[in-house]
Design a protein around this ligand. Structure first.
Ligand SMILES: C[S@@+](CC[C@H](N)C(=O)[O-])C[C@H]1O[C@@H](n2cnc3c(N)ncnc32)[C@H](O)[C@@H]1O
Length: 282
């Protein structure tokens, strides 16, 4: 298992995501998508990652995620938070900052996307002199150990931005009333929900949310995952319209190789969506 070192942090800076969090959108092109397969590093990573994911595919997936032990220290958590920002971008998050209210993070993992939302909203409020709003974020996850990680690692610099993390299985109906939340986030989660549960899973998200949903999810075939090319249509049928959509690659690279020398993942297509409740249907 790799450890974060100084060089990794330097590479992070080279990605310049603080200048433009949508850099992956700028760098994406269908040609780039083709070119990646010519990189020996991509082929190698794809092979080794495929082997790992096939193990997941052949297991009882629900128990795999529920019981997976994922110890993580603050340094690695911070590194991964900054690194994943390449393909988990703040698409539509300004609506959350402008509105405030309650947000649910579906399948929150170690809470690093919640942490990014907290920083995003705090910065947005500071820049726009907003001090009369509140935001409360609830991160839900199947895995109690990841909930513990999130509780240990996430913090808020602003007393008007609060959070909590709770164990929950989103394959089942939640105890919250209809439209209890204003917004939902779901990153790298719908992609692992098996077809058997998929429809109920997204239906439950739309039952909980009154305004907007942000999604980041794989967009091409990958073992242990289910790319959903009809995600927008499926959410539209449940009353949520896609207002923004970007397809990006998960890894920054050029034709000479990967820019991320840690090579944690192969480069795969990811879709980012911002959806809003379709008012016509209310
Ligand atoms: C690939 S991780 C993504 C975590 C986080 N959202 C992120 O972007 O880093 C998928 C997460 O979904 C959680 N998960 C899987 N099935 C779930 C379910 N039915 N209900 C709640 N969480 C679930 C897993 O425990 C895991 O933490």
């Amino acid at each position: 298992m790799w450890e974060v070192n100084k060089k990794d942090l330097e590479i992070l800076k080279e990605l310049r995501l603080d200048e433009n969090p949508f850099r992956a959108v700028k760098e994406y092109s269908p040609l780039m998508s083709e070119i990646r397969w010519e990189l020996p590093e991509q082929q190698e990573l794809y092979k080794s990652y495929t082997k790992k994911r096939e193990v997941i595919e052949n297991k009882d997936v629900d128990n795999y995620y529920k019981e997976k032990v994922m110890p993580i220290d603050k340094k690695k958590w911070e590194y991964l938070m900054a690194r994943k920002a390449w393909y988990v971008m703040p698409l539509g998050w300004n609506n959350i900052a402008l509105n405030g209210g309650k947000v649910v993070d579906i399948g929150t993992g170690d809470g690093d996307v919640v942490q990014r939302l907290i920083y995003f909203v705090n910065t947005f409020w500071q820049k726009n002199n907003i001090s009369n709003k509140n935001l409360h974020i609830i991160g839900l996850d199947l895995n109690s150990l990841r909930i513990k990680n999130a509780n240990r690692l996430v913090s808020s610099p602003n007393k008007n931005i609060t959070f909590e993390f709770k164990e929950a299985d989103l394959n089942k109906k939640q105890k919250y009333d209809n439209y209890y939340f204003d917004f939902a986030l779901s990153t790298s989660v719908i992609e692992i929900i098996s077809p058997e549960y998929y429809q109920d899973f997204i239906k439950e998200i739309t039952r909980l949310v009154s305004k907007g949903i942000y999604i980041a999810d794989i967009f091409e075939k990958f073992p242990g995952g289910y790319p959903r090319d009809k995600l927008s249509k499926d959410f539209l049928d449940l009353g949520f319209k896609t207002l923004k959509r970007e397809v990006v690659l998960s890894e920054p690279f050029d034709k000479n190789g990967f820019k991320n020398k840690i090579k944690i993942w192969p480069s795969i297509l990811i879709q980012n969506l911002w959806l809003e409740k379709n008012k016509k249907r209310n």
